[in-house]
Ligand binder design. Sequence first.
Ligand code: GDP
Length: 423
Amino acid sequence: MLTAISGINWGDEGKGRMVDLLSSDYDIVVRYQGGNNAGHTVINEKGKFILNLLPSGILRDDVVNVMGNGMVVDIKHLVEEMGRLTAAGIKITPANLKISREASICMPYHVLRDCLEETRLSDKKFGSTRRGIAPSYGDKYLKKSIRMGELFDQEALKERVKDIVDWENLTIYNVYNAEPVKVNDIVEYLEKYGEIVKPFVCDVGSYLDEQAKAGKKIMFEAQLGALRDIDFGIYPYTSSSNSIAAYGPIGAGIPNRKLDLSIGIMKAYSTCVGEGPFTVEYLGEKAEELRKAGGEYGAATGRPRRVGPFDAVASKYGIRMQGADEVALTKLDVLSGMEELEVCVAYEKDGVKTTDFPFPQDLDKYKPVYVKVKGWKQDISGARKKEDLPKEALDYIALIEELTGANIKYVSVGPERSQYIIF
Ligand code: GDP
């Protein structure tokens, strides 16, 4: 049984906590794309955890966690993240964490190039998290990546590092006038952190294929959302990887296997980190109220998120791109106490309305079309079944289902493991 959990919107939908909740039924949780550029927040009986690289299943005792070939892994960050979790009493061993030998290493010079480029772009910047993700993926497709499996042959690795660093320096020095990177520093870096991560590196494709054959339940955990997918998102304001569910088996090393279930995580309102078109963006006081209510500040960077009301046009598109069989609607509790709620039901350009998500470069030409619905006053964070919700909240959910075609199966009403309702 292969299940993907992915984001329907711009990311930060609360995927981490849903994976944490649903992973109790699964044997294996896999991260298949991205790096440490986003963060999952999970709150459970063991504490509050921010996970940038490790799959959320790491917080469950009986779950095996896999970091797939589709990832770019900053090994220093990984070592630190593992250290933080270990200190909090989480056990991490080669038995419950397996890293693909084909995963790319996100190197210090990738972080450097990311920063240099954002600085060069100045006010035209993309809002990169400056964690080296785009240069890492760029190098992967230029075939200049160093991959996890290369950590095992020190001599060959040194040769490769020398060739690649010489090539990186052409850009770092000649294009950006920055200080060239030293080969020895990179070799030492790889030795230091490589030694710690090496025991976890293996052929995860064979492992997962065998487990799938044996009928084990495997969950693919995506980072970010459909609108950040490099091919189908709001390019160029996307991530550098495929965050769609269909990429799960590929980025995990089992392209021969197909997904059985796609669960999309959709937020009850909209948030967006960084630059780029965001049709339903609220500004000023309205934005501040929603941002505060939802605690919308980035888990990885602390940046305030841009916020807005629920966007049915973008969400309907996200549901299609994720092939979402089921949807979990998150953070509904955040909307409690608001007199009236707006919902974006269409986009409008030159007086013509559409419910089809436009080509991203045209998004700026569109304005949102809103309907207003009645909000609810009650605190719903204690609701555990449908009947506990006020009529207005049920109407809001029904409206969202009708507008997007979502099959809403879960509604979350708070950040903790137990704060959800099965619909
Ligand atoms: P992810 O990257 O999709 O996992 O999202 P983040 O972890 O960045 O953001 C989700 C944030 O919302 C975290 O702080 C969660 O603890 C919190 N959260 C998740 N679900 C809910 C919910 O239903 N209600 C509230 N109030 N907070 C939630």
